[in-house]
Design a protein. Structure first.
Length: 655
């Protein structure tokens, strides 16, 4: 028994599902409404516009007739997809793929295509230009109107592509500021549009970089493909969307002057078998055999740069090293520059020994070693990392930020060998005083490093003279073998653990002596090398004593130091204030007590700087006390030195 009834509430529905009005189905009839298809209820929706049928402007419009649309027709489905997806339909995207970012990119692309069409039409019309005003592009180039070849032409129509070029460039700039999905749609759409552009000129017109279509279009495509390559690597597009972007680009019909871009977007995905095995270390060559054919991991430079950038950001340094060693590229210089960072990435993993070897040995037999391109600043940082087992926290070797411990430092013997091999492999480093000062400073420092990256200097006790002579006797042959890139083993009897620091410092002193004997004319400074010894004055004295055996070397070295002191008086006064009177006193005594008069002149010049600037040297009185305690006034220094020391002491005795 029915006790209650109520009229059903009609829910929104497509016109073809309406229960109140019958509907006739045809595949693609757009001429006029079929049967009663134009009749609607209040809840009928247009299948194409996806809005109320009463609001559809093309419901009964001839040649459109949305009232006949239904979901069983391929034609009407395509019409619906185009209406809902707009220009995105050319990317073969499903409606479920389209999100807000893609729609935004599509709307910007449609607007651009409309504006570009107007500008391209202007380009096709061209400009009528008389020969007297026509710019000459002949070789040699003449001023306008003075080239006989150009003057012989009649009124010529010139087609300048610069307006289109500027519009496309502006659009590409806008695309690079958008989200990845929107940017990809904009870049791909722009690529298709400019690939369709034709040069209407009957003969070649070399109008310049942006005015000539056949030069400008490849330039724009280069920028587009480079950006898309980076996006395919850096952006996590869904797999289906990734493939549709690539397929769309491959479907573009490129003109003959752009054939080189045909395979630009054939970027290996991250889950590719060959790439995966390389990153995991299972394949170190980047080569595999597939169906009897050798396949190589060969990628474009922008792709390599993007992969390295992503892995470095994730701190996957081991994977970066494996990838860079295995991958191949047409741009050998660009790949070489990326491979030059392999030693630094190895340091970030804590493998300092492999990093040191990577600096000296090329990735393959045809390449040049990284050591050839190391700068003085990088040389110092590498030595600091090898010495302390610490690395900069950033991803740049010259990062000025804090340092962290990454592994065990190199032993002193290994450090000195690798440092000297680096110097011998690079002439610019070998002749740079900053590199030698860095070597001396780091050898005379502790393996402990502050977070700020500052080293702790050591005051090493002077070893016995017999020990020094033994190291010097063995050092000559060792240095020659290192120059010849022979795998050298340091004699354990001499480079013993309890005097290893001192032995390495003596070997470095001997290397500096050899450098001065051969390359003194190339040196621009020597004072910083002398200051790098810190409180290890015995090692500096050893260096200066051996220089006195060659008169011209001694004179050249002293002249360099005097010139440095003269040019850097203010800097030296500030440095001496920080180091204190004890250091300054030791420094002065070292030079003033030299048996060679030329070497004493350095001490006298330093003393004169202090006396001329006593108002800036509040510590000078303590220096006077140091001279008293050292008995410097009573030593046989020579007339000139004795007079200056006495004069300095008398100044403070009168106060």
């Amino acid at each position: 028994m029915v006790t209650f009834c109520k009229q059903a509430k009609v829910m929104p529905h497509a016109r073809y599902d309406c229960t109140m009005h019958p509907f006739e189905r045809m595949e693609c009839d757009t001429c006029s409404p079929l049967g009663k298809n134009a009749d609607i209820c209040n809840q009928c929706y247009c299948y194409i516009c996806d809005k109320l049928a009463s609001e559809c402007q093309n419901w009964t419009t001839p040649s459109l007739c949305h009232c006949n649309a239904h979901n069983k027709s391929k034609f009407w489905k395509e019409q619906r997809d185009f209406a809902l997806a707009g220009v995105l339909v050319m990317f073969n995207l499903e409606l479920t793929d389209i999100d807000t970012d893609l729609r935004h990119g599509g709307s910007l692309l449609i607007k651009f295509m409309q504006e570009l069409s107007v500008e391209y039409s202007k380009y096709l019309i061209g400009q009528r230009m008389p020969p007297t005003k026509h710019e000459c592009f002949c070789l040699p180039k003449f001023p306008p109107g003075q080239c006989n070849t150009c003057r012989s032409r009649n009124m010529e129509t010139v087609y300048k592509y610069s307006g289109v070029f500027e519009m496309v460039t502006k659009f590409l700039n806008e695309a690079e500021r958008e989200s990845p999905k929107a940017a990809a749609v904009m870049l791909l759409g722009a690529a298709k549009e400019i690939a369709l552009h034709k040069d209407p000129a009957l003969s070649w017109q070399n109008l310049g970089h942006t005015d000539s279509l056949k030069i400008a279009v490849p330039c724009l495509l280069q920028r587009i493909t480079t950006q898309l390559q980076r996006m395919l690597v850096l952006c996590d597009f869904p797999k289906s969307l990734y493939e549709k972007f690539v397929n769309f680009f491959q479907s573009i019909s490129l003109p003959c002057h752009c054939f080189g871009f045909s395979n630009s977007l054939n970027v290996v995905p991250w889950d590719h078998v060959l790439l995966t095995t390389v990153l995991k270390g299972q394949n170190i060559t980047g080569r595999r055999t597939q169906k009897g054919r050798k396949v190589f991991l060969w990628e474009a430079l922008p792709v390599i740069e993007a992969r390295v950038e992503r892995m470095v950001d994730k701190m996957n340094y081991k994977e970066v090293v494996r990838y860079l060693r295995a991958v191949k590229c047409n741009d050998t210089k660009g790949l070489r520059d990326l491979r030059d960072k392999i030693p630094f990435y190895l340091c970030k993993t804590g493998d300092f020994l492999d990093a040191a070897h990577s600096l000296l040995f090329p990735v393959n037999s045809l390449a040049c070693c990284t050591a050839c391109r190391v700068t003085p600043g990088q040389f110092e940082v590498y030595l600091k990392m090898f010495r302390t087992g610490s690395v900069p926290i950033g991803n740049d070797i010259l990062d000025s930020g804090p340092w962290i411990t990454a592994g065990s430092p190199l032993k002193d013997g290994v450090l000195i060998k690798q440092a000297l091999k680096l110097l011998y492999s690079n002439v610019l480093l070998y002749r740079n005083p900053k590199c030698w000062s860095s070597l001396i400073m780091i050898l005379g420092s502790s393996s402990l490093l502050e977070k700020s990256g500052h080293l702790h200097p050591l005051s090493l006790k002077e070893p016995p003279l017999d020990f020094q002579k033994g190291v010097l006797a063995a050092g000559g042959g060792l240095l020659e073998e290192l120059k010849a890139k022979i795998n050298v083993s340091l004699p354990p009897a001499i480079f013993s653990p309890h005097l290893q620091h001192e032995a390495c410092l003596i070997l470095a002193v001997q290397a500096i002596q050899q450098m001065l004997f051969c390359d003194l004319p190339y040196l621009t400074s020597f004072l910083e090398i002398a200051l790098a010894f810190g409180n290890n004055f015995w090692a500096l004295r050893l260096l200066l004593e051996h220089l006195s055996y060659e008169e011209h070397i001694l004179h050249g070295t002293v002249n360099l130091i005097l010139r440095d002191l003269n040019r850097q008086k203010a800097t030296m006064l500030k440095l001496w204030e920080n180091l204190g009177p004890q250091y300054v006193g030791e420094f002065l005594c070292l030079f003033l007590t030299c048996r060679h008069k030329k070497m004493q002149s350095i001490g006298l010049f330093t003393l004169n700087i202090i006396m001329e600037n006593l108002h800036m040297c509040p510590w000078a009185k303590h220096l006077c006390n140091f001279f008293h305690n050292a008995g410097l006034r009573h030593l046989p220094l020579g007339a000139a030195a004795h007079h200056e020391v006495s004069k300095f002491i008398n100044i403070f005795e009168k106060l």
